[in-house]
Write a protein that binds this ligand. Structure first.
Ligand SMILES: [Fe+2]
Length: 307
């Protein structure tokens, strides 16, 4: 079976492993949402991207803050980087994106997968957003399709469509590094859930096995870590070889049907993420907060008895 984007990504990884300038990756871990965000750059040109930023949000008070985003902005400035891209792996259900705030401050193009339009339609109905919400992806500057190419300075990159957790998930293969989004977690924790509206465990398996067909030494940077039982520290970096050898859900030898059965059973036991309603409501609009009402205040909706 031929898979041109994956063949292309494989060649890219091999070439990047031999190259002198490797993608520099700086992780910022947000403990309240277990999210790993990244500032990445090409050391030769100092062009940069930010992957999956977090806008701090306290649900009890309804208060947002930019402390996490400001830390990333300070790093970009201290390193003398130029921000070209704000990459979202998907419409996150556990945190609000800080992409619009960072974009206002540092510039750069906001990108996500083209299937975000599907997610906008599904959740547009759930939130009963009217015709003022276009649901055509126009809140983003670039909608990636499977195999689309871009670059961070002189380092080539390929977007891979890896649906299953949501219909719109993308993984970004940049040099010899993959930002996996919500597909895989660390080998001792397993995989992302597949039970959100539009999720599909069978698709998730196929997407993950596709990523694991990349060369063994490919570096993987994950979107989340939750500390597996028995592990005391957060970890967000691994390799294709380590996942293939030891992922508790999808290591080599685990068949698709067995994975789907396991994932479906496990998902039935999981509560909804604490911030799913605020997060998705904001993130399907590219991280833009709702427009203020006539009193100048912004409001989020809580659909009752829906999810
Ligand atoms: Fe997610």
């Amino acid at each position: 079976m031929s898979d041109h984007p994956l063949d292309h990504a494989t060649h890219q990884v091999h070439a990047a492993q031999a190259a002198r300038d490797k993608l520099a990756v700086k992780a910022f871990f947000d403990e309240p949402t277990n999210t790993a965000s990244y500032v990445i750059h090409d050391p030769a040109t100092r062009r940069a991207a930010i992957v999956d930023s977090v806008l701090d949000f306290d649900a009890a008070s309804g208060r947002t803050s930019t402390a996490s985003a400001d830390a990333m902005i300070a790093y970009v400035r201290a390193e003398g980087l130029t921000l070209d891209w704000l990459l979202e792996t998907h419409a996150h259900a556990d945190h609000l994106s800080a992409a619009p705030y960072i974009q206002q401050t540092l510039g750069g193009k906001l990108a996500i997968g083209r299937e975000i339009i599907t997610v906008q339609n599904v959740f547009g109905k759930i939130f009963n957003v009217g015709t003022e919400f276009a649901r055509d992806g126009s809140e983003f500057d670039r909608l990636f399709e499977d195999g689309d190419e871009f670059a961070i300075g002189s380092i080539p990159a390929i977007a891979l469509h890896v649906p299953g957790h949501t219909p719109a998930d993308m993984a970004y293969v940049i040099g010899d590094v993959v930002f996996t989004g919500d597909t895989l977690f660390m080998p001792d924790f397993g995989t992302a859930r597949a039970d959100f509206p539009g999720g599909d465990a069978r698709q998730l398996y196929q997407s993950i096995r596709r990523l694991l067909a990349l060369p063994d030494a490919t570096r993987l940077f994950l979107c989340h870590d939750y500390k597996a039982p028995g592990r005391d520290s957060y970890v967000w970096e691994t390799t294709v070889a380590a996942e293939r050898a030891g992922n508790i859900h999808v290591r080599d030898g685990v068949e698709e049907d067995a994975f789907v059965e396991m994932r479906t059973k496990r998902d039935a036991t999981l509560a909804m993420p604490k911030l799913i309603l605020p997060s998705v409501q904001v993130n399907i609009r590219g991280g833009q907060l709702p427009e203020p009402e006539e009193n100048g205040k912004r409001y989020l909706k809580l659909p009752l008895d829906t999810l």
